[in-house]
Ligand binder design. Structure first.
Ligand SMILES: [Zn+2]
Length: 324
């Protein structure tokens, strides 16, 4: 068994990508394994983060989860944690165990204490899309979100490179523009033949921990009421992006274009955030450019109603006249 980790920031689409990869006959999507209570990564920090059951079996008290039920006691040493990690991931019964924790420190911890044969999928959304979701979830201003994005990706890149962990860097936008090509590249990286089922991924049994609820709503065993009750009981607020994405998917029949940031971040605010020192460098390493983001926003603007175009044009002329 080989371990592949999805690493990057929150809101990068890891759950839906993990669940789609899970439709391959040799991939087990384990989800956010670092949140498993027995690994104690978040004890005393943010206890609402802790999990003991998978996203679907956990909704039904009577369901037996073949992977995450009957958990052994917590490991006493980091080496024991690695061995326990291997045992639990092997329960998925597939050649590749996919860990969607996104947290490179979790991968580094396991690697530094003996986990070998690991690879990583470095997954990103553009910094403004991340900052928009981050602002909606936390109230933090856009520039702060962009700064966090820069720090996470610099740290992730450095952590992978210094440990010589093989990785592939993928942008969420490539998934939207060419899903088949996106998954073909990932399978090639993982050394697997065959294909995933992009359209019907939810027909395959999944036992992933945590993650974006939008990626679970289409499974037969998903129950919205039970999900909401469980989140309320655990005092976990529903993520804004989760709800957004869930609704957008339902409206547009499965496809989701990442345009929400264009609508809600004014040009001046976006420009100021992207001009923060170091942001352009990190963007460039991951295949983004500020110019392309602004062009995409201008193109998107042309798809809006004539009334919106006129309103924005008047706003722009006024701002030029006053010199700001
Ligand atoms: Zn399960």
């Amino acid at each position: 068994m080989r371990s592949i980790f999805i690493v990057g920031s929150s809101f990068c689409g890891s759950t839906i990508i993990g669940n789609t990869l899970n439709s391959h006959s040799q991939v087990f999507h384990a989800g956010e394994v670092d949140r498993l209570s027995l690994f104690r990564r978040y004890h005393g920090a943010d206890e609402t983060y802790l999990l003991n059951s998978c996203g679907l079996c956990g909704l039904d008290d009577k369901a037996h989860c073949p992977v995450w039920d009957d958990l052994p006691p917590p490991p006493a040493t980091p080496q024991e944690a690695v061995s326990l990690y291997r045992t639990l991931m092997a329960r998925g019964g597939k050649e590749v165990a996919l860990d969607g924790s996104k947290n490179v420190d979790w991968l580094a911890y396991l690697h530094d204490h003996g986990l070998r044969n690991a690879g990583a999928i470095l997954l990103s959304r553009n910094p403004l899309a991340f900052a928009k979701s981050h602002r909606d979830a936390t109230g933090a201003p856009v520039w702060q979100g962009v700064e966090i994005w820069r720090n996470i990706y610099n740290h992730t890149l450095r952590s992978l490179i210094t440990r010589q962990i093989p990785f592939i860097s993928m942008r969420h936008a490539d998934l939207t523009s060419n899903p088949q090509g996106f998954y073909a590249r990932l399978l090639e990286f993982m050394g697997l033949d065959g294909m995933v089922d992009v359209e019907q991924y939810f027909q395959f049994p999944v036992h992933a921990l945590g993650g974006n609820v939008g990626a679970f709503v289409r499974y037969r065993d998903f129950n919205t009421q039970r999900y909401e009750a469980r989140e309320a009981q655990n005092k976990r607020p529903l993520g804004v992006m989760e709800i957004e994405e869930k609704q957008a998917r339902q409206k547009r029949g499965g496809t989701w274009r990442d345009t929400a940031w264009m609508q809600s971040i004014p040009d001046a605010e976006a420009g100021a955030a992207l001009n923060l020192p170091g942001v352009a460098d990190t963007m460039s390493l991951l295949g983004y450019s500020a110019y392309e983001l602004f062009m995409a926003k201008q193109k998107w603007r042309l798809t809006q109603s004539p009334r919106t175009l006129l309103r924005d044009g008047v706003k722009l002329l006024r701002s030029n006249r006053t010199g700001c």
